[in-house]
Design a binder for this molecule. Structure first.
Ligand SMILES: [Zn+2]
Length: 108
């Protein structure tokens, strides 16, 4: 889903944020509000190490990001809340994953 008319209407076309974020809903609206924070904390507690670094043999690196393995399309996407769809990542791994998701057109 590339277009989100539901939130696009509500996004105030303010002077600030327009350049970078005009077509992007707020973090809370995208599903990164309180409910997400709870799931995120639980995931990091269960898997405190970056799963990509472990898989790639870089050894134990503390994770500080929680990533959707299948990119979430927002709060209405069941993948968003599915803990089996989450992985703990360190910041560099998360940035890399986000970038490759974007290149693949899977996420904005
Ligand atoms: Zn990593």
């Amino acid at each position: 889903m590339k277009h989100g008319p539901r939130w696009r209407m509500k996004n105030p076309a303010g002077r600030f944020g327009r350049r970078f974020d005009a077509n992007r809903p707020s973090a809370a609206r995208r599903g990164y509000g309180r409910r997400w924070q709870r799931i995120r904390q639980r995931k990091l507690k269960a898997n405190p190490l970056c799963q990509h670094c472990l898989a790639d043999g870089r050894g134990p690196v503390p994770a500080n990001e929680v990533d959707h393995i299948i990119p979430s399309q927002g709060i209405d996407d069941p993948n968003h809340w599915d803990e089996d769809n989450l992985q703990s990542l360190c910041k560099p791994c998360h940035s890399r994953k986000t970038l490759s998701d974007m290149r693949a057109g899977l996420t904005r």
